[in-house]
Every structure is written in C-alpha cells, then in structure tokens.
Design a protein around this ligand. Structure first.
Ligand code: CAA
Length: 241
C-alpha cells in the first residue's frame, strides 16, 4: 500500500509542487491549506489530490484533523511542514500581530503538526519529517526579524527531534530554499527584488518550486534513512553554509 504523505500549505506555491511530486512518486498525498478555497479547489480538480482545510497554527485543529485522516485514510508516514507566511516590516515598524502571526504559522505549527503524528511513527518504527525552512533562517534578512527567527527555529527543531527519532526509524530534516518564483517572493517590492536580491543569486535567476519538490522526494524515500538532522540548502549559490 502506498505510504501516506501530508503536505501543509500544499495547494499553492512550493507546497503544491511538493504535493504533485510526491503523488507522481506513488505516495497517497493529502494537501492541507488554510484559507484560499478557490486555489485549493482548482488544485484538487487539476491533480486529484485530496485537500483538507485547517489552520496549522491551531493545535486542536491539527490534532482533530490528523486523527480524522488517520482513521479514514490510514497512518501518516511522511509529514512535510511547508506552510508559511510573511509579514515583512522593518523591526521599528513591526507590530505584535506581525510577529506572532509569523511565529505561530511558521514555527509553532511544527509542534502542532508533528506532535500528533509522532507517537504513531514511533510505534511503527518509520517516519519522515521534512521541514521547509528558508535561506533567511540561515543568514537573517532585513525586514524579516519575525520570519528569520521562525525559520532559524525550524532548524533547531529538526536537529533536536532528529536525535529523538533516530533510534525509531524516523528521520527529521530541513530544506532551506532560497528565493523561489512563487507569489510570496513576487510580493517583494519589484525594485528590492531586482536591485537587492537577484544580483546576489550566482545562478542568476529565481528558483523553481519543482527544484525544492525534488529534494523533498529524495528525503522522503525509504532509501534516505541514513540522512537525518541535516539542512539541505537550495538557493542558487546565494548563501553557502
Ligand atoms: N536586501 C537589501 N536591502 C533591502 C532589502 C533586502 N532584501 N529589503 C529592503 N531593503 C532596503 C531598501 O532597498 C531600502 O533601501 P534604500 O533606503 O537605500 O532605498 C531600505 O532597505 C528600506 O526599504 P523600503 O524603502 O522598502 O522600506 P519599507 O519600510 O517600505 O519596506 C520592507 C521594508 C517591508 C522590508 C520591504 O523593503 C521588503 O518587503 N523587503 C523585502 C524583504 C525580503 O527580502 N523578504 C523576503 C520575502 S520572500 C521569502 O521570505 C521567502 C524566502 O524564504 C526566501
């Protein structure tokens, strides 16, 4: 039977590419999304991938939806913590809402999604947790104290949890995309993107969502059991760790 994979934020941007790639690889994929019904329905119609709506910053919603999925579909072996938002602002202008929204969606969601699945993965001695962090969690980014803090937190989470999962067949890894051509990056002011970001990408272009998806497929594989606690950097050479 196909392994079951959940991708948070899995109907748009990088998440949609991940959902599609995992499906092509033979996984039974469920794509979570939070708000954009229109995009989710379109995605489902195009791909046939099951979509489920809940907010990953809400622990109770994660717990109840994951329980329902496991009862209905089966045990979840692969979790891709991809959902993320930006609320960019220089720190002297940043509001508490901008800070907490980003920390809740981008970092607290890792606890909310992983904790309800963890006991089952331990019991079955298999699991793949893949967290989509960011170049900006590695290098820091002006205008993103909230986002950089959350994304750096993702990496700490992965390194700690990988040690706990290792003896139980569960790998926990992070991927740090650079600037990928999604709505999120295209929302950056055009002059900032052209003058301050693109010239610093040695490959000379934005990345493609599919270039991140192929990394997820690699880490999700049964054959990748010796790779854990690592951070896979995929940024066109913009920041070399
Ligand atoms: N790198 C270098 N300089 C930057 C910069 C950046 N990424 N972003 C802004 N600046 C500079 C501006 O060019 C400007 O410089 P000058 O005064 O010399 O012109 C100065 O900082 C102030 O910027 P703004 O005039 O734009 O100030 P603002 O208050 O109107 O807006 C901002 C500030 C919201 C941070 C806006 O500049 C912005 O959105 N910047 C982009 C931040 C960014 O890179 N976000 C990444 C989003 S994509 C993502 O997060 C995905 C991922 O994982 C990579």
């Amino acid at each position: 039977m196909a392994r079951i994979a959940i991708v948070t934020g899995g109907t748009r941007g990088i998440g949609a590419a991940i959902s599609r790639a995992l499906k092509e690889e033979g996984y039974r994929v469920i794509a979570n999304y939070a708000g954009n019904d229109e995009a989710a329905h379109k995605f489902k119609a195009e791909t046939g991938i099951d979509v489920r709506k809940w907010d990953v910053s809400d622990y109770a919603a994660c717990e109840s939806n994951l329980k329902a999925i496991e009862n209905e579909v089966g045990p979840v072996d692969i979790l891709v913590n991809n959902a993320g938002i930006t609320r960019d602002a220089m720190f002297h202008k940043m509001t508490p809402e901008q800070w907490y929204q980003v920390i809740n969606t981008n970092l607290n969601s890792l606890f909310n999604m992983t904790r309800p699945l963890w006991d089952g993965m331990r019991a079955r001695s298999f699991g793949r947790i893949i967290c989509i962090s960011s170049i900006n969690g590695q290098k820091g980014q002006m205008g993103q104290a909230n986002y950089s803090a959350a994304k750096a937190g993702d990496i700490g989470f992965v390194k700690a949890l990988a040690q706990e999962g290792a003896a139980k067949g569960i790998t926990v890894n992070a991927i740090c995309p650079g600037y990928i051509g999604t709505e999120m990056v295209r929302a950056v002011p055009q002059d900032v993107l052209e003058k301050r970001i693109l010239p610093h990408i040695p490959v000379g272009r934005l990345g493609e969502p599919e270039e991140i998806a192929r990394c997820v497929v690699f880490l999700a594989s049964d054959q990748s059991g010796f790779i854990t606690g690592t951070t896979l950097t995929v940024n066109g050479g913009q920041y070399m760790v």
